[in-house]
Design a protein around this ligand. Structure first.
Ligand code: FMN
Length: 182
């Protein structure tokens, strides 16, 4: 599979077979995150691998109780550590924080996370981004300090559905030539 094929066939998967993700595949996924580009190579992403039933259940509960999430055997919690970018840290951060360094570090982690998603596609694994949670609720469940920001939970597993492509805007409506204008 080439990258274009992975991009074309990827879907958000919400039904999974009861088959674990192998350690070998997990290592390849984490390597995809590790090798992703980040601003000034600051590598702000930290990744918590969650496979236990209890912890997956708790993470699903604080993600607006999206119970279907627990059908996926593997969660990769993608966390931004702003101290990788600004050594003194930003102190407490949450959805209301406006610090530019936090935005930068979230951008970095998003790139790392999507590397995982596309790599998973090549391995025949399904994924879904989850970001419907708030910091105050998800961090304590995972023991994440208050100066880190949870960017996403990627759920990963062997797909048990093959959804049709979801609609996208037309290319002419999202891209223009030379300067802003449609
Ligand atoms: C940042 C982000 C957060 C998302 N959060 C959720 C979520 O909490 N629950 C969910 O079911 N899907 C979630 N999704 C999946 C989107 O709904 C999905 O990507 C979109 O509908 C397009 O479908 P596709 O991924 O199959 O192309 C999220 C996607 C992204 C990129």
């Amino acid at each position: 599979m080439n990258v274009q094929q992975a991009i074309l066939q990827r879907r958000s998967i919400r039904k999974y077979k009861d088959i674990p993700v192998s350690d070998e595949h997990l290592a390849i996924l984490l390597e995809a995150a590790r090798l992703a580009p980040t601003g000034s190579n600051t590598q702000t992403g930290r990744f918590i691998v969650v496979r236990g039933d209890e912890m997956r259940k708790k993470v699903a509960e604080v993600s607006h109780d999206q119970k279907w999430m627990t059908r996926a055997p593997l969660f990769i919690v993608c966390v931004s550590d702003p101290t990788a970018r600004i050594p003194e840290g930003l102190g407490y951060v949450d959805e209301e924080s406006t610090a530019f360094e936090l935005k930068q570090s979230i951008r970095d982690v998003a790139i790392q996370a999507e590397h995982i998603v596309l790599q998973a596609e090549e391995l025949g694994l399904g994924t879904c981004w989850i970001a419907w949670f708030i910091q105050e609720e998800i961090r304590p469940v995972l023991g994440i300090p208050e100066d880190k920001f949870v960017v996403a939970v990627l759920i990963v597993g062997h797909p048990d559905e093959a959804p049709a492509a979801r609609p996208r805007m037309a290319l002419k409506d999202i891209a223009c030539d030379e300067k802003w204008g449609w």
